[in-house]
Design a binder for this molecule. Structure first.
Ligand code: SF4
Length: 379
């Protein structure tokens, strides 16, 4: 453990730790993980109640990410994502599943999920810098899945080589950026050596929960494997800080395009103003909002799920207020491996006597003759 005052202390400030604060290894080594270390965030009686939760779904986060919590705010959006809640053990709502996307069923070899025609996803490790309470893979936290070993990588590569339709490989986890650089390098090398794998993608929450992890050395390694995309996971505008923006910039300057997926989370970001600030904030730091995911029906996350209609209503308002580069696609990842279903606000109300009738995002009704006419001529 650290020889520095811990974030348990009310007097604790990020500045207390400089220069170590900006060292990602220090941050990773000083992650808070024990029930006692929740003391700065919940009451003593609360900690007692949470012990059972943590037994099933461990907790852990970096001093940096925890420093974003406003402890005076009982509904702090960062705390809601990272501090365990007894609601995680309320399984009274039917329909949720340990493995809501049937990933285990779609593993042709251990560590590789193949659910889509031309893409496959590698579970590189089970480790994360910070455990998101809404994670749809929280079933894996207790299993302590280590980084992929040589033989597992070799089997994954054999499968990929034998499946030429796979053109993109996504490195996920856990968080691939928890891997030591040499391991990450070996894995990227093995995957990029497969002739039909055209593009690599890394899904990571490191720029949000441990932005110091994006070192010049890491950015330079990723640069050598372009075309490579990095997909981040910002859920709330409070996560866009000088540090996270600088981390994204280091990747961008290395020629790595950045996209982001957000999960729609009840009580965290399920309102227009929050998502508007988030998506325009991401646009400002040159991270393209890519997906807004409806929160999957993963066991232990029921309290985060809002209705699809609420998501549609928010997206509808966003369409009216901001441009395409700030607008992600809202999708529901269907259970049983059904894949992603885009859920769009509907603007085409119908067609009457050859005239298409649209509703604008402000609610005006506009008739458009040309759309249907052109189609008729083509037929
Ligand atoms: S970083 Fe990703 S894999 Fe890790 S807990 Fe968060 S959502 Fe889950």
């Amino acid at each position: 453990m650290s020889s520095f005052p811990s974030p348990l202390s009310p007097a604790w400030q990020p500045d207390d730790h400089k220069p170590e604060w900006n060292n990602w290894r220090w941050q990773a080594a000083n992650r808070l993980t024990t029930p006692e270390e929740l003391a700065g965030f919940v009451s003593q009686s609360g900690i007692k109640q949470l012990k059972k939760v943590i037994e099933r779904y461990p907790w852990g986060s970096t001093p940096y990410f925890l420093s974003l919590i406003n402890r005076q705010n009982p509904r702090d959006p960062v705390a809601a994502q990272v501090i365990p809640s007894k609601k995680e053990l309320d399984f009274s709502i039917p329909g949720s599943d340990e493995d809501p996307l049937a990933e285990t069923r779609h593993m042709p070899v251990p560590g590789l999920i193949h659910r889509y025609h031309d893409r496959a996803l590698v579970i590189t490790t089970g480790a994360c810098f910070s455990y998101c309470r809404h994670c749809n893979r929280k079933r894996n936290w207790k299993r302590g899945i280590g980084p992929l070993g040589k033989s597992a990588i070799s089997k994954i590569c054999q499968y990929l080589k034998a499946t030429p339709r796979i053109r993109e490989v996504i490195l996920s986890g856990g968080d691939p950026l928890t891997l030591p650089l040499e391991k990450l390098d070996r894995l990227l090398y093995a995957l990029s050596s497969i002739s039909h794998v055209q593009v690599l993608r890394i899904g990571t929450r490191a720029p949000v929960v441990l932005p110091m992890r994006i070192t010049a050395e890491l950015a330079s390694l990723l640069k050598s494997y372009r075309p490579l995309w990095v997909n981040t996971h910002f859920n709330h505008p409070a996560e866009i800080t000088d540090e996270s923006a600088a981390a994204c910039d280091r990747l961008l300057l290395a020629g790595i395009p950045l996209s982001n997926h957000t999960v729609l989370l009840k009580g965290v970001n399920d309102d227009f103003s929050t998502l508007h600030r988030l998506f325009t904030g991401l646009n400002r730091i040159m991270v393209r909002p890519y997906y807004l995911f409806h929160c999957d029906a993963a066991k232990g996350t029921d309290h985060f799920r809002t209705s699809v209609f609420k998501g549609i209503e928010i997206m509808s308002r966003l369409y009216g207020r901001t441009g395409g580069l700030c607008l992600p696609q809202y999708v529901v990842d269907l259970p049983s491996g059904g894949g992603k279903a885009p859920v769009m606000p509907s603007y085409l109300l119908g067609v009457e006597n050859g005239v298409a009738i649209f509703r604008t995002s402000e609610g005006r009704i506009i008739k458009y003759q040309g759309v249907h006419g052109a189609t008729e001529e083509e037929e």
